[in-house]
Structure formats: structure tokens, C-alpha cells
Design a protein around this ligand. Structure first.
Ligand SMILES: Nc1nc2c(c(=O)[nH]1)N[C@H]1C(S)=C(S)[C@@H](COP(=O)(O)O)O[C@H]1N2
Ligand SMILES: [Mo]
Length: 417
């Protein structure tokens, strides 16, 4: 095992991230015995393997790769959520089949041949776009996160809820989203001088409708047609969805059907009574659009127990609606001391960023935390700071620091610090 004498950088065993540049640092492999020789061939080297298939699936040995905590309103099956199993993934891209889902009235079955996107209202020329028409516009693709502003709402409970990382924080995912910039379509319709907002509506039974400032639409909004290289999955908006990089998930209207250009927000149900934040002085905060800077350690986390003492990788994801992640710090002593984590190579704007630290667990209890800072200088707040001024019972837009307690037996659970 590597000599870690010069490597501690913060309290309770947090090690220099350059440990990852050294081979064999973890010392976790089993020492070869005389019986297990390199000559032994596994069966798979003697018997030809299975054949090809038209569509792939994970290994049958990977039993944890499924969406978590699927829940729907009483008496419904499609008015609820399913969550990404964050603790069983690495890197920054969420496989499409594990992207979280949030539907208000189920997944509609939409025939792309009959579906139209209609742009009307304060425009010079109302237009209707078929899928074929959209395919002829120049398109873009970018790897970006989508987060429901109800994500992590359980962290506002008075007592820490004992669930897995994905169950608590899995209403965030990241994909490569491809499609047509909405600015290109609005250039065709033209807008009148008093145009300031748009109202986007979906073709689902919930008729999800959200008002979006025209500036955002012209800046980086797309009509997304592709997700991780393939046409959108039905659950994620097939055949087209609005995608607003960095902004609260609810506004990225799925099954996008109409865009009405208007001079003021429509004050729809989902931007007034929902997705708004009641303050304890009775004030209601509306229109919290960009998602705040946030991070969470995905491993270790509840359910991923530690075994023997020694060196572990502490890994997680960080993201911000303000742009790129600049820095992630990790603590192994409940926040008394911190050290910078290493960031994976791809640090993209409005995307998940993967961070990693090395930690020597001495077998004692420890509280591990991560704290993200974005390129605008926003620092992820403590849970106490997030709670300040909020009315009891509100749960949207939670971005507080997550603390995991590592216990002597190697189990991990949710704690408040
Ligand atoms: N038409 C429509 N669009 C919608 C919704 C919906 O129920 N209907 N849910 C919204 C919410 S609350 C979120 S968080 C995201 C979720 O997108 P996903 O299911 O692709 O993860 O879609 C948004 N767009
Ligand atoms: Mo959402």
C-alpha cells in the first residue's frame, strides 16, 4: 500500500487528490495465492459467447440499475416521479433509461407524423412546424443537466429521512440534448415590439404550461428532439420538448405543442401555486428560474457500505444553473476542515461535473460533506442557511450541503450537521 504519510490535506483522513495519480493507491486488490494462478482460465475463454441483439441491456449481474422511489398521486399511475439511482452511476451522463421522470398526468402516446409545434400570439406570422419541417433547421447538441425544483425536498423534513442518495436527490439527470434553437424558429415567425415572454404548453392531459422570458428563449432554449443521440424517450417528451439549460425542470415543457408569444407571464398554476416558495413572512417568491449551485457525494452513500479500513474514493456530482462548476470541496470531519476535490476532465456549463477525493477511513465514525462553488462565485449553502426565512412545509429549490454519517460498521446514513 502507498505510504500516505505526506498526503493528508484535511481532517479525519482526507488525502491529497494527487493520490489518484499514483498506481495501486487503494491497496484493495486480493494478493495472489499459489492456487489462483494466471494460468487458470475462466469458462468464458473456452465457450463462445452469446450472439448479437438489436438493442442492448445492462449485464444481468447489475441488479441496482433501476429507477427509484416511483410514486404517483393516490388513485393515479402517471402523476408522480421516478428517480435516477445516482449512487450506482459514475461519470456525468445519465443513461436515458435511468433519466428521472416527472409527469403531472402520465406519458402521452404521440404520433410524430401528426404532431405539430404551433407558434402564435405576438408574432408577425403564426407558423405550424411538423417534425419534417423541424429536421430542416440547423440544430445543436449539448450535454446538460435537468433538475426538478422539487429535488431533495425530503431534506427539509424535521428529522433526516433514511433513504438512498438517488431516492433523496435523484430528480437530477444529465443527457446530451439535441435539437433546434427556438431563436431560429422565432426568427421565422418574427415577434412584435411588445413581445416579452412566451407561454409553452405540452400536449399531455396535464396541459403543462409555463411562462418563460423571451430573453432566455433567444439565448439558449432549444426544441429538443434527441437525447443521448437517439430520439427522445416517450417519458422525457417524445417527440419534442422545450429544453431550458440550467433552469428548473418544470419549465422544460415535454410533448411541446404550442408556444404563445405574449407581453407578460400567464401566471399559470405551475408558476404560482406550485414551483413557488412561500416565505415565513407570508411573501411568495415566484419565478426562481436558474437552479442554484449544488453537489452531493454519491459514494460512499447510504446502501454503499464501506468494508475494511483504508483508502476509499469519495465521489459525487456538482452542478449549477449559473454555468460551470469552478470548485468542489470535501470534508471528512463534519465541515471542520475542507480540501479541494479533483474534477473530471469535462467541466461543462449547466452540466453535472464529477468530483473525486481520496479518503483514508480509520474505521471510526465520520461525517462526509461536499460543497460546490460555481463560476459566478455562488457557494452551496448549509442546510440551516437554506431553511432561513422559509415557511414550514415548503420544499422547492433545496440546494443545501448533504452530510453522510459513516458508522463504525461501515454503514452510511443521512444526518443533519
Ligand atoms: N407537458 C409536460 N411537461 C413537463 C411535465 C409534465 O408533467 N408535462 N413535468 C415537468 C417537470 S415538473 C419536470 S421536473 C420535467 C421532468 O422531465 P423528465 O421527466 O424528462 O425528467 O418535465 C417538466 N415538463
Ligand atoms: Mo419538476
Amino acid at each position: 500500500m502507498t505510504d500516505i504519510g505526506d498526503l493528508p490535506v484535511a481532517g479525519n483522513g482526507l488525502l491529497n487528490r494527487r493520490l489518484f495519480l499514483q498506481a495501486g493507491a487503494a491497496g484493495a486488490a486480493t494478493i495472489m495465492t499459489a492456487q489462483a494462478s494466471a494460468q487458470d482460465q475462466p469458462d468464458s475463454m473456452r465457450i463462445p459467447g452469446a450472439g448479437m441483439s438489436e438493442s442492448g441491456a445492462p449485464s444481468r449481474y447489475e441488479s441496482e440499475l433501476y429507477r427509484r422511489a416511483i410514486a404517483s398521486q393516490p388513485g393515479t399511475t402517471g402523476a408522480g416521479v421516478s428517480r435516477t439511482p445516482l449512487e450506482h452511476l459514475d461519470g456525468i451522463i445519465t443513461p436515458s433509461r435511468l433519466h428521472f421522470e416527472r409527469h403531472h398526468s402520465g406519458i402521452p402516446d404521440i404520433d410524430p407524423g401528426r404532431h405539430r409545434l404551433i407558434i402564435h400570439g405576438l408574432v408577425k406570422r403564426p407558423l405550424s412546424f411538423s417534425m419534417d419541417a423541424l429536421a430542416r433547421y440547423p440544430s445543436v447538441s449539448r450535454i446538460q443537466f435537468l433538475e426538478c425544483s422539487g429535488n431533495s425536498g425530503a431534506l427539509l423534513s424535521a428529522e433526516p429521512v433514511q433513504s438512498g442518495c438517488g431516492e433523496l436527490h435523484g430528480l437530477v439527470s444529465a443527457s446530451e440534448w439535441g435539437g433546434v434553437p427556438l431563436s431560429a424558429l422565432l426568427a421565422e415567425t418574427g415577434v412584435t415590439a411588445n413581445a416579452r415572454w412566451i407561454v409553452a404548453s405540452g400536449a399531455d392531459a396535464a396541459k403543462m404550461s409555463r411562462s418563460v422570458p423571451l430573453d432566455k428563449i433567444m439565448d439558449d432554449a432549444i426544441v429538443a428532439l434527441y437525447q443521448n443521440g437517439e430520439p427522445l424517450r416517450p417519458a422525457n417528451g417524445y417527440p419534442m420538448r422545450l429544453f431550458l439549460p440550467g433552469w428548473e425542470g418544470n419549465m422544460s415543457v415535454k410533448w411541446l405543442h404550442t408556444i404563445k408569444v405574449v407581453d407578460q407571464p400567464a401566471m399559470t398554476k405551475d408558476e404560482t401555486s406550485k414551483y413557488s416558495d412561500l416565505q415565513d413572512d407570508g411573501d411568495l417568491q415566484l419565478f426562481t428560474f436558474p437552479m442554484a449551485v449544488k453537489s452531493v457525494i454519491t459514494s460512499p452513500s447510504p446502501g454503499l457500505n464501506l468494508g475494511s479500513t483504508g483508502i476509499y474514493q469519495v465521489s459525487g456530482i456538482a452542478w449549477s444553473g449559473a454555468g460551470r462548476i469552478r470548485r468542489v470541496e470535501v470534508s471528512a470531519d463534519g465541515g471542520e476542515s475542507w480540501a479541494d476535490a479533483a474534477l473530471d476532465e469535462l467541466v461543462l456549463p449547466h452540466c453535472l461535473t464529477r468530483f473525486r477525493s481520496a479518503w483514508a477511513w480509520n474505521g471510526g465514525p465520520a461525517v462526509i460533506l461536499s460543497r460546490a462553488t460555481d463560476e459566478a462565485g455562488n457557494v452551496q449553502p448549509t442546510r440551516a442557511a437554506v431553511l432561513e426565512g422559509r415557511a414550514v412545509g415548503t420544499f422547492y429549490h433545496y440546494n443545501g450541503i448533504q452530510a453522510w454519517q459513516v458508522n463504525r460498521d461501515g454503514s452510511v446514513n443521512n444526518v443533519y450537521v
